[in-house]
Design a binder for this molecule. Structure first.
Ligand code: WT7
Length: 651
């Protein structure tokens, strides 16, 4: 068990929030309990009422939940709305001069966009996309760095009813190609490059490589110039963003779509096969993105909200591109990295822009914690009032540091448990909930979270089990793009039972607080990023010298989990320098196939993998070896116990 989880399991402190903080929040503990009661009494009515109150509908819905084709649930089906209208236009009457986006670039360059300016930019780009032949329902790939144009592109797609799929800029050309093909995209939006940590990184080259083979359906690539680098432009295919936009109107009539119209696809790793295209809806998705920005982060008129996630992940969708705008807040986007020019950068950005609500991942907190309190203490962080965390269980040590050093014991820590598939926060405190370090506290109203045993029976005690959600909720995944069967078997594996099975294990304490223990499947969580072990294994075996590979996670102080690979070669195991060279080559190979985040931290070689006589790889043993621990498990079923010795030598 990892050190982090062990310390979570022994944690028993409770932090009651001060009356001052609690009274500043519009909802009391009693109000929240009342919402829970309403939801328990009338689940569909509860969500429908909120959907009417919080969103602007072009055509009001009359159907709350349609479960006639369960588990493909539909919400607010006969209603029509436009997501971009909800995020921008509806605020123009009262907030047109309010800042929507504050942007700080890698080099400290700052830009501001008011709601009116954002509106004009989104309209021009929506008109541009339509002029380039993009229609409602078409898929558009967005492969961009963290710059306002990424949000403008996403909002423009939403405005015309095109379905975007943002691909994280750190993914390789190969990974990009897989996603373009699976989505059947006809247009790609990218930049010539991006600036990170004082360096310039090219993105357009990856697009060119991806489109070189296959992807015939892609007719257009729109290139925004972020850097000074010249990149080759393919005649007839590539077009400069500014040139394409020239002469376009600042007005665009948003296209009303059905509530169920897909807003976006976002690819995420599972335990088997290639990444899945998680399909989200327009109405239900926006409702939960909106509500959780209001409920968990209490975003008000004078707040500056900064979520550090990249738009390539779901967090960057719900807490950058859509949710904060839907509630009419000011949000900050940052292009750079936390350690450039030094490890005080996050705190400098918080100070300079008066950030009031800050949302990041435990891995970032742990990385910055290593530099001590002196750096954050050099900055004025007095405007901060709420701190959020997401991505993995936060170990109590990091929680305390965040609470003491960054929040000066004044700011509640909002630990939000959710997933790409859930669309928005599911288990998380409100800013009035008593907190326990390492627990994401209780399900939000309207979310019915349960713990199951292996057979799918609900557990009511404090024992650990499989986390599951019993009733459908508006922002839930609608499908795995183009693969109904995979949707059903992955998320609703208990035949005849309605549970959405999460893939995490968890337990609930005597106060009804949830403690997430980690994934139960072959999915790794490296720095808050989800990686399938099988994906990395397939990348490794596609190398000409690799015959077989098994990948497991091992605990890592900063990243949470590190990637450990066990490799069988189809050549002799090299020694000395040649071995080091091959290790480097394989790490780079994985980076090329998937992206640098998937690079194995350790690679070990052996002449075979530890298998049972029936041929099953004993991953338990590999996990023990990866941790550098002694093997105490029974190895009598192993086909060839001597290979364990080989793997115990680290390359
Ligand atoms: C998995 C989902 C949700 C956006 C970021 C990751 C883990 C996420 C927490 C948390 C404990 C967490 C779970 C989950 N996870 N947040 N607050 N406490 N674990 O999204 O890539 O879809 O990963 O991240 O294991 O299943 P994702």
């Amino acid at each position: 068990m990892s050190k982090n989880i062990e310390s979570i399991l022994t944690e028993s402190r409770v932090f009651e929030l001060s009356d001052e903080i609690k009274s500043g929040f519009g909802l009391s503990v009693e109000d929240i309990d009342a919402m829970r009661k309403d939801a328990a009494e009338d689940h569909v009515g509860f969500w429908s009422k909120l959907a009417k109150e919080k969103l602007h509908w072009n055509k009001p819905f009359t159907v709350g939940l349609d479960d006639s084709n369960a588990p493909h649930y539909k919400w607010f089906t006969d209603g029509e709305l436009n997501v971009s209208y909800n995020c921008i236009d509806r605020h123009l009457e009262t907030k047109s001069d309010k800042l929507a986006i504050i942007f700080e670039g890698d080099r400290g360059d700052v830009e501001h966009y008011t709601y009116k300016e954002l509106h004009d930019n989104v309209c021009r780009f929506a008109n541009t996309l339509q002029a380039q032949g993009v229609e409602k329902g078409d898929r558009v790939i967005i492969y961009m760095p963290m710059i306002p144009q990424a949000v403008i592109a996403m909002q423009a797609c939403a405005r015309i009813g095109a379905i975007h799929s943002v691909v994280f800029g750190g993914f390789s050309a190969e990974a990009l190609r897989d996603r373009i093909e699976d989505a059947g995209a006809k247009l790609v939006i990218t930049t010539n490059g991006s600036r990170r940590g004082g360096k310039t990184i090219s993105l357009k080259h990856a697009v060119d490589d991806a489109l070189e083979k296959g992807c015939e359906q892609v007719k257009r690539v729109i290139v925004y110039r972020r850097t000074d680098d010249e990149v080759p432009m393919h005649e007839g295919r590539d077009i400069d963003w500014m040139e394409a936009e020239a002469g376009m109107s600042n007005y665009h009539d948003p296209v009303a779509v059905d509530a169920e119209h897909p807003l976006f696809l976002l690819y995420t790793s599972g335990s088997t096969g290639k990444p899945k295209g998680v399909q989200h809806s327009s109405g239900g998705y926006l409702l939960n993105a909106h509500l959780t920005n209001e409920w968990m982060f209490d975003l008000n008129d004078d707040d500056v909200f900064w979520c550090t996630a990249d738009v390539g992940w779901i967090t960057g969708h719900s807490y950058v591109a859509y949710g904060p705008l839907s509630v009419g807040a000011t949000m900050l986007m940052f292009e750079g990295v936390p350690t450039y020019p030094d490890a005080g950068r996050f705190w400098q950005v918080c100070q300079d822009h008066g950030v009031t609500v800050f949302y990041t991942a435990p891995t970032a907190i742990r990385a910055l914690m290593k530099f001590g309190a002196d750096l954050p203490n050099q900055y004025d962080l007095s405007k901060l009032r709420l701190l959020g965390t997401v991505g993995e269980p936060i170990n109590p040590e990091a929680w305390m540091w965040y609470h003491d050093v960054i929040g000066k014991q004044r700011c509640p820590i909002i630990d939000t448990w959710w997933q790409t598939e859930t669309g928005a926060h599911m288990i998380a405190p409100f800013p009035v909930t008593p907190l326990k370090p390492g627990s994401c506290t209780q399900p939000i109203p309207g979310i019915d979270a349960v713990i199951l045993d292996e057979e799918g029976n609900e557990l009511h005690g404090n024992e650990g089990g499989l986390l599951a959600i019993k009733k459908p909720w508006p922002s839930m995944i609608r499908n795995v793009w183009g693969d109904d069967e995979r949707y059903r078997s992955t998320y609703f594996p208990l035949a005849g039972k309605p549970y959405y099975v999460v893939g995490d294990s968890a337990h609930r304490d005597e106060d009804g607080y949830f403690w997430i223990l980690g994934r139960v499947d072959d999915v790794l969580n490296v720095s808050g990023h989800r990686l399938g072990t099988m994906e990395i294994e397939s990348a490794l075996v596609s190398h000409p010298q690799v015959a077989e590979a098994a990948v497991v996670g091992r605990p890592h102080d900063v990243k949470g989990e590190a990637v450990a690979a066990f490799v069988v070669l189809n050549v002799d195991i090299p020694e000395g320098d040649a071995r080091d060279k091959l290790v480097q080559e394989l790490r780079n190979w994985v980076a090329k196939e998937i992206g640098p985040i998937a690079k194995p931290d350790d690679i070990r070689f052996g002449t075979n993998l530890p298998k049972t006589r029936s041929g099953k790889i004993m991953r338990r043993l590999l996990r023990t070896i990866a941790k550098g621990e002694e093997i105490t498990q029974d190895t009598s079923t192993l086909e060839d116990p001597t290979i364990l010795d080989q793997f115990q030598q680290k390359a």
